[in-house]
Design a protein around this ligand. Structure first.
Ligand SMILES: Cc1cc2nc3c(=O)[nH]c(=O)nc-3n(C[C@H](O)[C@H](O)[C@H](O)COP(=O)(O)O)c2cc1C
Length: 352
């Protein structure tokens, strides 16, 4: 389209500048990621809880995750010659092993947020071609990451994803700032674009800025490109596609949601999250405990002893269609989705 630009992530150039946002647990696996890659976008595998999703039980949950990650990357690559990456949250307690495995499997890129991925370049080998893309929620976090990567590794990020407060899943903002203009995508994207231009002037490397959170229409995509973004990351609109890896009941939950059903929750991992309100979440809010056994502390920041439920288990249950024992994360625009379509249609709606 006339308004879109070429997205060039240090030599990784998709036909269309759309990254499908990684969605754990079990929402974006090889099915969705390869479908997006086959349409010319960048497909991203959500990696949290991937051993559980793959139903591997070797006796070590950490080993299961690495095995699951390897299997899903390999399956995705069998289904597409396009660009495949992974989303690995910094908050995962097996973060470094997951990153090493993804690099060993030659993924095209690693996207990393939910914390500052300060050590990410340390895992690259001499010959690794994997690109490294941090997710940031402010100019300050982009600057901190840039400074640390330059100082410790002489490495400049290959792109920045700015994820704004309208996104789905865990959010990198305090709850009270979610509706504050100073924290909006429209405020932060131009700031990070300016920072990226400074990097180019000083170091000669182009660091594209990718906008994420609530981009579900041509108008919104166009606005981001006009503000200097070179790409967009889209999550929620891909949930209601036939290629999405979650159960139909999960997709239907998002389709059936009204605007009032989409709420901010306090996640046991210590961050706010955006989700579709349901009986499970209402009970949790009323103080009802959902007993669980923690197999291993999958998220570093999870307050296991005080947690009213296990978020990994709840998200896994939901992705498998057991909505009574879990809930669906969604972006703020989830309620606008009215039917199941396919990846091609979603892409066409946004940049067609
Ligand atoms: C169901 C769901 C699961 C998500 N899981 C992750 C995740 O594991 N890691 C992450 O960095 N972002 C996650 N996100 C955020 C998305 O990758 C994406 O950046 C964001 O949702 C973009 O906003 P949008 O959904 O309004 O398009 C998730 C979002 C949703 C809706």
């Amino acid at each position: 389209m006339d308004f879109i630009k070429k997205l060039d992530i240090n030599g990784l150039i998709p036909e269309i500048p759309i990254i499908q946002g990684g969605m754990a647990v079990g929402v974006s696996l090889d099915g969705l990621a390869s479908a997006v890659a086959n349409e010319g976008g960048i497909g991203i595998i959500g990696t949290a809880g991937i051993g559980l999703v793959e139903n591997i039980s070797s006796g070590s949950v950490r080993r299961d995750n690495l095995e699951g990650l390897k299997n899903v990357i390999r399956r995705a690559k069998e289904k597409t010659k396009g660009i495949i990456g992974v989303n690995i949250m910094v908050a995962l307690s097996d973060y470094s092993e997951m990153v090493k495995t993804a690099i060993k499997e030659n993924v095209d890129l690693i996207i990393s947020g939910a914390g500052l991925p300060l050590s990410l370049p340390s895992f690259l080998g001499e010959t690794s071609k994997t690109k490294l893309v941090p997710i940031v929620s402010s100019l300050k976090s982009a600057q901190i990451i840039f400074k640390k990567w330059m100082k410790s590794y002489g490495y400049i990020p290959d792109a920045f994803i700015v994820e704004g407060p309208q996104a789905g899943g865990h959010l990198g903002y305090r709850e009270e700032n979610l509706e504050d203009e100073n924290y909006s995508l429209e405020t932060t994207v131009p700031q990070v674009v300016k920072f990226s231009e400074e990097i180019f002037r000083q170091y000669g490397k182009k660091v594209p800025v990718i906008a994420a959170g609530g981009i579900d229409s041509r108008e919104k995509a166009q606005k981001m490109f006009m503000m200097g973004a070179s790409g967009i990351q889209v999550g929620t609109p891909f949930i209601a596609t036939k290629e999405c890896d979650a159960d139909i009941k999960f997709k239907q939950t998002v389709i059936n949601a009204s605007e009032e059903d989409i709420k901010i929750i306090k996640s046991p991992v210590g961050l706010p999250g955006r989700a579709v309100k349901n009986k499970f979440l209402e009970e949790v809010e009323r103080g009802i405990q959902k007993p669980f056994r923690c197999a291993y502390q999958c998220i570093k920041t999870c307050k296991v002893t005080n947690a009213p439920y296990c978020i990994a288990q709840a998200l896994l249950n939901a992705a498998k269609g057991n909505m009574e024992k879990g809930f669906a994360f969604t972006g703020s625009n989830g309620y606008k989705i009215k039917e199941i379509t396919d990846v091609k249609t979603v892409i066409k709606t946004i940049i067609g």
